[in-house]
Design a protein around this ligand. Structure first.
Ligand SMILES: [Zn+2]
Ligand SMILES: [Zn+2]
Length: 530
């Protein structure tokens, strides 16, 4: 280092760890690797290896997020124009699934312990959500944990203001029809929620005071149920087992909307008919007027219940409040699509198909809040108003906000407070929609995400002339590594080694591609292995 550098000059120099990080990102190397000790059961040898963090959001790890986005594109492409029925067999649980189930069991234990100790189990819940998602990505059907308590359905009354759909028996066919003996069109559908008031082109309300933020918040919270209902109605209406790959993302006005790739086709008019007849009614206790605004109900340890701060009388429990909903009551909220539902016919391999895949994957690596960053005061104000309303809306049966409306939420325990629910829906990065961003029906490609990942890895290995069998997954045992483990190198050194390894590997892959006469380097398949 030169000795006559000024302090200011040195201050402007990037930190070494930032440089390494940037290089790692440029090379598609995971920047938050998880060190594990791999024990070979055959030889007894142990080795420290880094597992990629597997993040799906670029804000956490751009390299893993990009890999996961490409995998989703591959999954979407493969199922969209399938011309034979996917074969689905319930395989014996794999090693990966068993490992995840074990991890999930530990978390369940931690959750119960936290509850027994009177602590809020939110921390464990967040991790449980994450693991449940991994389990389902690993190809396990249904929820592995106890899941939410059975939903109490209060009313199945049809709305009289909505036209009834003709219903057909759903036959098991999932592939689309062939037209003119060679065309097998599929559909790209965009579903949008209703208006909450006029908006500018930047998505902000023309009159923020009259914009219906509460309606917007509730629509966002219940959007997932609307999508479920839509697909269910569509299947009954067309009479075959429609399959889909969908992405949920916010519009500029911050309302969630749906991009859905559907296998097979229906007419635009029919699709509109189904959308117009689709709604989801929320049968919850009343929550329009707060019962407790300034004072909040307190926990009475003797009664194990929240009680009125003045009278000491327990608040109705969740079940009591649900039972009190009468036959003449209206649902608390009804979610439905707006008038605009758009559909576009798409043929396999066409430029249109690629463009639609681009739409579907465009925002997958961004959190809901990051899709459209608030840059002006007006936009920041819009976000703040929506979040303020979301803060007090009940997000689920277990939401602490029910106390504000004079009801004990399901599973009420000491230490919860209205306005401080830790449910995802209230958080700035979710803006009301706490569901999964990618929704894939079970018979889409007939493969799990893990299968798609393995396919791409195999493709690369084959190209590299590596025909060795995939290693037996039960051969290795994995042990966690503590951060103070003396064998663990610094993060910087591990990243540098990973970058070097990747450079060699990429060079080999590019050479192999050139030899095979495949597309130029840096095409979408380069980042699959590792
Ligand atoms: Zn990563
Ligand atoms: Zn909540």
């Amino acid at each position: 280092m030169s000795t006559n550098q000024t302090r200011a000059e040195r201050a402007r120099m990037p930190l070494a760890r930032e440089v390494v990080r940037a290089a790692a990102i440029e090379n598609g190397v995971c920047i938050r690797p998880i060190p594990v000790r791999r024990v070979d059961r055959l030889t007894g040898a142990t080795e420290l290896v880094d597992l990629p963090c597997g993040a799906t959001l670029a804000s956490k790890c751009p390299s893993c997020a990009e890999r996961s986005r490409r995998l989703r594109i591959a999954q979407c492409r493969e199922g969209w124009h399938l011309d034979t029925e996917p074969i689905l067999e319930a395989d014996a649980p794999t090693g990966e699934q068993r490992t995840l189930a074990t991890a999930r069991a530990d978390l369940e234990r931690a959750r119960v312990d936290a509850e027994d100790a009177g602590e809020a189990p939110a921390e464990a819940d967040a991790v449980i959500d994450q693991v449940d998602e991994l389990v389902s990505d690993a190809g396990v059907r249904g929820r592995i944990g106890a899941g939410p308590a059975p939903r109490r359905v209060r009313s199945t009354r049809r709305r009289t203001d909505v036209a009834e759909l003709p219903r057909r028996r759903v036959n098991p066919r999932t592939v689309g029809r062939v037209y003119a003996e060679r065309f097998r069109p599929s559909l790209f559908v965009t579903g949008t929620l209703d208006s909450y008031g006029p908006v500018h082109s930047d998505g902000t309300p023309v009159d923020p005071d009259r914009y219906d933020y509460r309606h917007a918040a509730r629509d966002a919270i219940h959007f997932g149920r609307l999508v479920d209902r839509f697909v269910q109605n569509l299947r009954r209406f067309v009479g075959w087992d429609v399959q889909y790959f969908a992405a949920v993302e916010p519009q500029r006005r911050l309302a969630p909307h749906l991009h859905l790739a559907m296998r097979g086709t229906v007419s635009r008019a029919e699709l509109r008919q189904v959308a117009a007849a689709t709604y989801h009614q929320v049968w919850w206790p009343p929550c329009d007027q707060p019962v407790y605004d300034c004072v909040v109900p307190r926990w009475d340890p003797d009664r194990e219940a929240y009680v009125d701060p003045e009278t000491g009388e327990p608040l109705p429990t969740w079940d009591e409040a649900i039972d009190a909903i009468g036959p003449d009551d209206e649902p608390v909220h009804v979610v439905r699509f707006g008038a605009q539902i758009d559909a576009q016919g798409v043929l396999a391999g066409s430029p249109d198909a690629n463009r639609c895949l681009g739409y579907l994957a465009k925002y997958l690596t961004k959190s809901v809040a990051d899709c459209h960053r608030a840059e002006t005061d007006r936009q920041r104000d819009h976000v703040a108003r929506l979040l303020d309303v979301l803060r007090w809306e009940p997000c689920s049966e277990r939401c602490a906000n029910w106390l504000r409306y004079g009801v004990q939420p399901r599973g009420a325990h000491d230490g919860i407070r209205p306005g401080s629910c830790r449910g995802k829906a209230h958080r700035p990065e979710h803006l009301g929609y706490a569901g999964r961003r990618v929704l894939v029906s079970r018979k889409w490609s007939g493969k799990t995400l893990g299968d798609h990942r393995a396919d791409r890895r195999d493709w690369v290995l084959q190209l590299l002339g590596n025909t060795s069998e995939r290693p037996d997954p039960d051969r290795y045992m994995w042990e966690p590594v503590r951060t103070d483990d003396p064998d663990l190198r610094s993060l910087n050194r591990r990243l540098l080694l990973a970058i070097a390894e990747r450079t060699v590997w990429r060079q080999a892959l590019d050479d192999a591609k050139r030899r095979a006469g495949l597309d130029p380097p840096d095409s979408s398949a380069t980042d699959t292995a590792a």
